[in-house]
Design a protein around this ligand. Structure first.
Ligand SMILES: Nc1nc2c(ncn2[C@@H]2O[C@H](COP(=O)(O)OP(=O)(O)OP(=O)(O)O)[C@@H](O)[C@H]2O)c(=O)[nH]1
Ligand SMILES: [Mg+2]
Length: 348
């Protein structure tokens, strides 16, 4: 099944990325004009799984994909990348229009380091150079900085970390924390031509495994480094254990605990590596085909109008929060679907 070309923008998708606490869920809630996506504190990751939040942007119907940062405290990078890849592969295969990516960054951050650099690097590799013209680099929390301080950080971002993306057509803009500002930002993308990201081209068009993609290879490098580190720790612990006296029980217990911890980390790293070997596009295609076949054989498929069927496919790969029910109900009733939203998805 080759990707379906969206003939019209029945449903447009925007991916929202950035580190934990950058304000992704906050931004989406302003756009939705409702607290649909859960927001959280600064340090502990709040959005653990991707979510799809339906919004109206002017007369367009949009689906904002809220993603966890690649510094998430509860999930590995490989796990998050796999989840994002499945959604992007489904969107591309189903023919939902992808309008672009919004990358959020706190203007209050004094330095760009550690997890921010990693998240930005993975983000750039997911997009690829050709899609950068559909990328909005958005700074948040302007109410928490002095205008002059913010402007000087903005200049630094423009001249250093974001220079490559800006020179390839990305746009830098400020989010002022309110609905009008959020609508202005989303509208900039909604009016653009649809885009295919590098990761989608690699997975869907070229049939690569995640590990063979630029983004996946980058995550895999980290896994290999970590694996080597854990293996060394285990060897060192084993050597230490052999030097211990028979009666040094306390130390032996301690080493045993450390050994179990390193062993656990190593096995997680192996699982992460294994996950990247998957052929995501083939899996997604098969799941969609299976669902379509079931629906067609029951005679139900041809009765489902396009918009609900697109949402039904996307919902197979990413959750839609219950707070979005009212908006979805109005979209469905415009399409002639009388079932309740939850019944529709559970019967899809
Ligand atoms: N005033 C103001 N507060 C913000 C802004 N963006 C985020 N916040 C606050 O910052 C906190 C974290 O924001 P979230 O939207 O949960 O961050 P996130 O990027 O979704 O984080 P994860 O889900 O952990 O990846 C919340 O308490 C928000 O209310 C902003 O632009 N202005
Ligand atoms: Mg969030």
């Amino acid at each position: 099944m080759s990707p379906i070309q969206p003939t019209q923008d029945v449903l447009s998708m925007i991916l929202v990325m950035g580190v934990t606490g950058a304000g992704k869920s906050f931004f989406i809630n302003k756009l939705a004009d409702e607290d649909v996506a859960k927001t959280g504190g600064d340090l502990k990751s709040c959005t653990a799984e991707c979510q799809a939040i339906p919004v109206n942007v002017g007369r367009s119907k949009g689906l904002l994909i809220d993603t966890p940062g690649f510094d998430d405290s509860s999930r590995t990078d490989s796990d998050i990348l796999t989840e994002i890849s499945r959604i992007l592969a489904a969107q591309y295969a189903a023919g939902v229009s992808l309008k672009g990516v919004i990358y959020l960054h706190r203007i209050t951050d004094v330095r760009y380091q550690g997890s921010s650099v990693k998240t930005l690097n993975i983000f750039k590799k997911i997009c690829g150079q050709l899609a950068l013209k559909n990328v909005l680099l958005v700074t948040t929390r302007w109410n928490e900085v002095d205008e002059a301080v913010g402007a000087s950080r903005e200049k630094e971002l423009r001249e250093t970390f974001w220079a490559y993306m800006l020179s390839n057509g990305s746009t830098m803009t400020r989010f002022y924390g309110n609905r009008d500002s959020a609508i202005g930002i989303a509208s900039q993308l909604m009016s653009k031509q649809n885009i295919v990201l590098e990761l989608q081209r690699e997975l869907v068009d070229e049939g690569k495994t995640l590990q063979q993609t630029v983004a996946g290879a980058f995550v895999n490098e980290d896994i290999l480094d970590m694996k080597a580190q854990y293996e060394k720790e285990l060897r060192d612990l084993e050597n230490l254990r052999q030097t211990l006296q028979e009666n040094d029980r306390a130390m032996k217990r301690r080493i045993q605990q450390d050994w179990a911890r390193e062993q656990q980390r190593l096995s997680t790293a192996r699982e992460d590596e294994e996950r990247l070997r998957r052929d995501i596009a083939a899996e997604v295609r098969q799941e969609i085909e299976q669902k379509t076949k079931e629906k067609k054989s029951s005679g139900a498929w041809k009765m489902i109008p396009l918009l609900p069927s697109l949402l039904g496919i996307i919902e197979m790969f990413v959750g839609i929060p219950p707070g979005s029910t009212n908006l979805l109900t109005s979209w469905f009733s415009d399409s002639g679907i009388v079932e309740s939203v939850s019944d529709f998805f559970s019967n899809f």
